[in-house]
Design a protein around this ligand. Structure first.
Ligand code: ZN
Length: 270
């Protein structure tokens, strides 16, 4: 069963929610599609990404629509990370930050908090979003996992950060791996396979070699195994491939880099 549910908001925005997360009450989740925004050309139409050549006022309007559709516009702070395919997870603890409307933390690929009204955001165009919820302590996180971040175990490192900062125990954490480039489409060079071979013992169950010498890699499965081995109580995995579904998603690979971004957001509402 697909854990990400497509929502079609009254204002025209289409996005996915994670019902398994939202059933815990004051948790809201979304993963945006490309439908229902005001951007044009390569960014048609719901581009969430600020670090593109899209017009900033259009990106801002797209974001406003998504927040409106989710009922989270009032008094919330949006926190982005400037992703670098690394393994740093930052933590938002100080209530002071809730005075800001928006901020970006440099050189981080994951972000966690236990504050209410603090929207955590990562941006995607093939790389996987991973959502986390400590259902007991109400701690949330979202992480950007491409192959580089995955080879550095960014998923388990996010759980470790939740544990160190907030005392989250793995058995209280549920995780959800969202839409992203899937086994059907993710071809990589032998150097990527070798990188995983060095650090991940089950790589041969998550890849196969093609006749052209390249490999198909199941990035979702690798992350799922890593999170389960780290002790997460449940790991949901979306079946949606961003490269296969051009009506719903931007895709860096399919669009040769000239494309928009989907936003992965999670927030504890008041
Ligand atoms: Zn695909």
């Amino acid at each position: 069963m697909e854990p990400f549910q497509l929502e079609k908001a009254e204002n025209g925005v289409w996005y996915f929610s994670i019902p398994e997360f939202e059933k815990y009450g004051n948790v809201k989740t979304f993963f945006t599609t490309r439908i229902g925004g005001v951007s044009e050309g390569d960014f048609t139409s719901l581009n969430f990404g600020g670090y593109t050549s899209d017009k900033p006022e259009r990106v801002q309007e797209n974001r406003r629509r998504v927040y409106e559709a989710n009922g989270i516009s009032e008094g919330m702070t949006e926190g982005f990370v400037r992703q670098v395919h690394g393994d740093h997870v930052c933590c938002i603890q100080s209530e002071d930050i809730l005075q800001e409307d928006t901020f970006t933390i440099n050189n981080a690929d994951g972000i966690t908090t236990n504050l209410e009204n603090m929207l955590l955001m990562t941006l995607h165009a093939d790389c996987l979003p991973i959502y986390f919820l400590d259902t007991r302590k109400k701690v949330i996180a979202v992480t950007h996992a491409g192959w580089r971040g995955t080879s550095k175990y960014i998923g388990p490192k996010t759980m470790l950060k939740m544990n160190r900062e907030f005392g989250s125990e793995p058995e209280d954490i549920i995780a959800a791996i969202g839409p992203g480039i899937s086994f059907c489409c993710f071809e990589v060079g032998p150097e990527v396979y070798e990188e995983f071979k060095n650090v991940f013992h089950l790589i041969d169950e998550c890849s196969y070699k093609k006749e052209n010498g390249k490999y198909m890699l199941d990035l979702k499965k690798i992350n799922e195994i890593q999170l389960k081995e780290a002790g997460a109580s449940k790991v949901l995995v979306s079946n949606y491939c961003t490269k296969c579904n051009d009506e719903l998603f931007f895709s860096h690979r399919r669009d040769n880099g000239h494309t928009g971004r989907m936003g992965a957001g999670i927030i504890l509402t008041k």
